[in-house]
Design a protein around this ligand. Structure first.
Ligand SMILES: Nc1ncnc2c1ncn2[C@@H]1O[C@H](COP(=O)(O)OP(=O)(O)OP(=O)(O)O)[C@@H](O)[C@H]1O
Ligand SMILES: O=P(O)(O)OC[C@H]1O[C@H](OP(=O)(O)OP(=O)(O)O)[C@H](O)[C@@H]1O
Ligand SMILES: O=C(O)c1cccnc1
Length: 470
């Protein structure tokens, strides 16, 4: 669905761009950092998602004839519109790999481009990366508790409008197995599946006939929804009857779906009824306001549920409405830049940077990332960004550089990875993360430190700023 044009942006980006253009400053080079400040879901990690999507959109980004007509109506000047007519992103992007585990305050992605290009892509980059990272993180929390259970995204109807399109993709990055969302399935090659709605059964005078017709019409991957009237007295017995008729025709009922009531109790009772009828192969699916906490609880109750359909709580990132990812200027026209704030955690890190994951000799992450200047290839000691007396010696550890060039001169450098490859990578990165960062209650706080040289650069800029005030 790459129908993005360069007007997928906030008005102020274009207003600033016009002024840069009129002042003849539009070719000056800028570096922006993408990072977030708070982990979602009070968790201990986030899963970075949306990169491949964003790179493809940026590669193809341009202003259409209709865009330019609209902007002309909005009062943008003719010479600026003439410039926009040939607009293409020709910058360089460094990024973590999609699917990696990421943490607050450290750059996840860095854009190096002319100021106009860097501004015009800001809003769409934040829009997609913030949403996909939020949903991939939620999905991976659900995957952590679901074990080998099959996870299906049922969220499309409850998403904030077309958000489901990217949300279904992000759910796969976080470890889901499939989606009910047909357009996302088609465009991202995600396995698509589905069961049936209550309305289908309600449209018949009796449930048994509804199941029979469905089995006749859709014998492949057939799943019966068993809770329309009475799960144990009607739904499951009728499903068993039709499953036996299907067996006689050489077909197999795939599953039944529970969508209300005590899911653990009903799953146990239904499993018993199915097994007693010799239908051990028929799986049990459950849905109804599931999330990582309910699924964890159901599995602790030993509910024999094989398939979890998760909708609202996944696709809306409940209870967090958004990831607070930001895009901050770090370098401009040959000089490092800083944003000063009353709030110390909002003071930005200047300069072009590199981020290192700190690992022990066996390659296991020790729970720390260190930020240095872009030309540092190792960091011997990292300092707490705001409490300089706190530091950690790093000379003994392995250090993995996380920001790699993924786009140069507007061309994508990295090879396209399928969603399942990205999801596999995410699983392997999560497995390197110690368990304390993955628990839901009071997870361990991942350490983020800065190198001595970066600290000096930052403090020099703060000092200069203070001097300029006195
Ligand atoms: N055994 C269980 N353990 C923990 N949570 C459960 C269990 N069974 C169901 N739940 C969850 O509890 C919530 C139940 O909500 P609610 O009472 O509205 O369900 P309902 O049965 O659908 O009600 P209604 O029949 O009015 O639709 C859902 O989030 C559901 O996933
Ligand atoms: O609870 P969620 O996690 O959001 O999962 C999706 C829900 O959407 C459907 O219900 P809906 O009432 O919309 O349709 P139905 O009539 O097919 O049950 C489905 O039966 C689930 O209960
Ligand atoms: O296929 C299903 O069962 C389904 C799809 C979307 C939402 N709820 C259920």
């Amino acid at each position: 669905m790459n129908n993005f044009t360069a007007t997928y942006t906030d008005q102020y980006q274009l207003a600033m761009a016009e002024v840069y253009f009129k002042q003849g400053r539009h070719r000056e080079k800028a570096v922006f950092d993408y990072f977030f400040r708070d982990l979602p879901f009070s968790g201990g990690f986030a899963v970075f998602a949306g990169l491949e999507e964003v790179l493809e959109i940026i590669r193809d980004l341009h202003f259409s004839k209709e865009d330019l007509e609209y902007l002309s109506d909005q009062g943008f000047s003719d010479d600026f519109l003439k410039f926009l007519k040939d607009f293409r992103f020709r910058g360089t992007i460094y990024s973590c790999k999609e699917g990696d585990v990421v943490f607050p305050t450290r750059p996840i992605l860095q854009v190096e481009a002319s100021i106009i290009e860097a501004q015009i892509i800001e809003t769409l980059l934040l829009n997609i990366l913030n949403y996909e990272t939020l949903i991939a993180t939620k999905a991976s929390r659900i995957r952590l508790v679901a074990g080998d259970g099959i996870l299906l995204d049922f969220g499309m109807r409850r998403a904030q409008a077309t958000g489901a399109y990217f949300g279904s993709r992000a759910a796969m990055v976080g470890g889901f197995d499939g989606t009910s969302n047909v357009i996302a399935g088609r465009n991202y090659e995600i396995p698509v599946s589905g069961t049936m709605a209550h309305s289908f059964i309600q449209s018949y005078d009796d449930e048994l006939k509804a199941f029979r017709d469905f089995a006749q019409g859709r014998p492949e991957g057939c799943v019966f929804l068993v809770d329309t009237y009475n799960t144990l007295k009607s739904g499951v017995p009728n499903a068993i009857k039709v499953a036996k008729e299907m067996e006689a025709r050489g077909q197999k009922l795939l599953a039944i779906r529970l969508d209300s009531g005590d899911l653990a109790y009903l799953a146990k009772k239904s499993r018993q009824l199915l097994d007693d009828a010799g239908l051990e192969y028929v799986k049990i699916a459950a849905s109804n306001q599931l999330d990582e906490y309910v699924i964890k609880s159901l599995l602790e109750q030993q509910a024999p549920i094989d398939i979890f359909g998760v909708g609202t709580n996944l696709i809306t990132g409940d209870p967090d409405a958004a990831l607070d990812g930001v895009y901050k200027l770090a370098w401009f026209n040959g000089k490092p830049r800083i944003k000063i704030s009353e709030s110390i955690i909002k003071v930005t890190l200047p300069h072009k940077k590199q981020v290192f994951r700190i690992k022990d000799a066996s390659g296991k992450c020790v729970g720390a990332d260190a930020i240095g200047l872009y030309h540092e290839d190792r960091i011997d000691e990292m300092y707490h960004p705001f409490e300089p007396y706190k530091s950690m010696k790093l000379s003994e550890f392995r250090q993995e550089a996380l920001l790699n060039k993924v786009m140069e001169n507007g061309k994508i450098l990295q090879e396209h990875r399928s969603l399942s490859q990205i999801a596999e990578y995410s699983v392997s990165r999560l497995s390197e993360l110690p368990i304390e960062y993955k628990r839901f209650n009071n997870p361990h706080i991942y350490k983020i430190g800065i190198s001595e040289t970066l600290r000096q650069e930052r403090d020099k800029l703060i000092h200069n700023y203070k001097q300029s005030l006195s």
